[in-house]
Design a protein around this ligand. Structure first.
Ligand code: BGC
Length: 469
């Protein structure tokens, strides 16, 4: 074999090896998303049973359900700072331990108070993972694959939700709420063990001044020694912003456009009503006319499956079509299906046919979310911030997301009671129109650009050209 052919072959082998490694890194880190999905989805079934065992008042039940969201908002807020201080990898290992501890506490809870504590600890894990995982994956993924690799996080969330619905269903006959909570220990253990063997983010190592470790990690991740230009780009972006970011840096003039995009999408992702469907689907389906509990749970699992499948579809499209096209198309779908859902409840008489129309509208709505605000929010907030403040800014956006989630979850039933379901869904529809306008005017295209290029363009506030890209 000629030497150059040999060389080419070994380069190709290294390349295959490196791709496998990047996939592995992304998949393991995304398990943090699976736990996020599982632990938020599991409550819908579990609450039916622990409320009997502890004889809870409505308020106590609300505290248990929303405790996890409050914990998550707090976790997301401090997660960014902790990831900057201790490194992305160490924080994710700690997150896995927190998830496992919370799950065990919930499963063994002798009283409602301990259950609340357990759910808050789980919430802390969810918040830490929601601010840490997308940043970790975006920092190890190559630019051309970053879109779908970060979207793995959203896919894992949807798989986690579906898994929770199925586990709830499987254990409902024995009222096994402790199993429902406790089984989360398994993915937590896999996630933590995987992260022990995965590399630290080279970008974080460089920022700490550890060039040789950063070089070695990047070479390991890319599977080639030919990484000098990438290393140079990262170094340049660090030289431009040598100081470690302070909280006040988040409000610097040059950061403002990115901050507005992140926080805006965080709020719109929630106020367009996704979790009213994710957490309350069986209830909505029953009130639309399918009275049997098992029928409602089955239809809910169907909605969970559509969520997973459409997320996979969006991962296939996201680095081809770009973020803006998917975002705008999906949001238009959400507005239309919310309007339809409102009409379903407008009918004076609920028939089985109407109930199925509600289920189909909900499936189309969740499918539209799954190609747009679902993955693209988490992706953009891992891409658009300069390295200096990336974690804090991402954490801030995630905190707004959890805060808005808490608000919508706590007010949904009251809104249905006061305004009726029709007006409530139309209200979310109006929010979807707002989300569409916001995305059209403010969200930049980031497809195929390195994080450093995105950072440079946001420094020059070059939105009009980035929008058209
Ligand atoms: C949202 C969650 C939601 C999930 C549904 C995520 O992107 O942040 O609040 O439950 O999508 O798939």
């Amino acid at each position: 074999m000629r030497p150059e052919t040999k060389l080419q072959n070994s380069a190709a082998m290294a390349n295959t090896g490196n791709q496998a490694f990047v996939y592995l890194a992304a998949i393991f880190a995304a398990l943090g998303g699976l736990l996020f999905g599982y632990d938020t989805g599991v409550i819908s079934g579990a609450e039916l049973f622990f409320r009997n065992e502890f004889t809870l008042s409505t308020f106590e039940l609300e505290v248990i359900v929303s405790g996890v969201l409050a914990g998550a908002a707090f976790g997301a807020l401090i997660g960014g700072r902790l990831a900057d201080l201790f490194g992305r990898r160490k924080l994710l290992i700690a997150t896995a331990i927190i998830f496992a501890a919370g799950a065990i506490l919930c499963a063994a809870a002798p009283s409602a108070v301990i259950l609340v504590a357990g759910r808050m600890i789980v919430g802390l894990g969810i918040g830490l993972s929601s601010s840490g995982v997308p940043v970790y994956i975006s920092e190890v993924a190559p630019a051309e694959a970053r879109g779908w690799q970060v979207s793995l996080f959203q896919l894992a969330i949807t798989v986690g939700i579906l898994l929770a619905y199925l586990v709830d269903y499987a254990f409902s006959s024995i009222q096994g709420w402790r199993w429902m909570f406790g089984l989360a220990v398994i993915p937590a253990a896999v996630f933590g063990t995987g992260m022990i063997f995965l590399p630290e983010s080279p970008r974080w190592l460089l920022r700490r001044g550890d060039r040789s470790a950063a070089r070695a990690m990047l070479a390991r991740i890319r599977g080639t020694g030919d990484i000098d230009s990438e290393l140079g780009e990262i170094e340049q972006s660090i030289t431009k912003a040598p100081e470690s970011g302070r909280f006040s840096d988040l409000f610097a003039r040059s950061i403002r456009p990115a901050l507005v995009v992140g926080i805006g999408l965080a709020i719109f992702q929630q106020i367009t009503g996704i979790n009213t469907v994710i957490y309350y689907a069986p209830l909505i389906i029953q009130s639309a006319g399918i009275s049997s509990a098992s029928g409602a749970i089955l239809a809910t699992a169907g909605i969970g499956a559509v969520n997973v499948l459409m997320t996979i579809f969006s991962m296939w499209l996201i680095d081809r079509q770009g973020r803006r096209f998917l975002l705008l198309t999906g949001i238009a779908g959400m507005a239309i299906t919310l309007c339809l859902l409102g009409f379903v409840f407008h009918r004076p008489q609920q028939t089985t046919g109407i109930a199925w129309l509600a289920v189909i509208s909900m499936m189309a709505y969740v499918g539209s979310f799954a190609i747009s605000l679902g993955p693209i929010f988490w992706l953009l907030i891992s891409e658009i911030y300069p390295l200096k403040i990336r974690n804090s800014a991402e954490g801030l956006a995630a905190t707004f997301n959890w805060g808005a989630n808490l608000l919508v979850t706590l007010t949904f039933l009251t809104l249905v009671e006061k305004l009726g379901p029709t007006r409530t869904f139309w209200l979310y529809g109006v929010c979807a129109i707002g989300a569409g306008l916001f995305s059209y005017y403010f969200v930049p295209e980031t497809k195929g650009r390195t994080l450093e290029q995105i950072e440079a363009s946001l420094h020059t506030a070059d939105h009009s050209s980035s929008r058209r890209n």
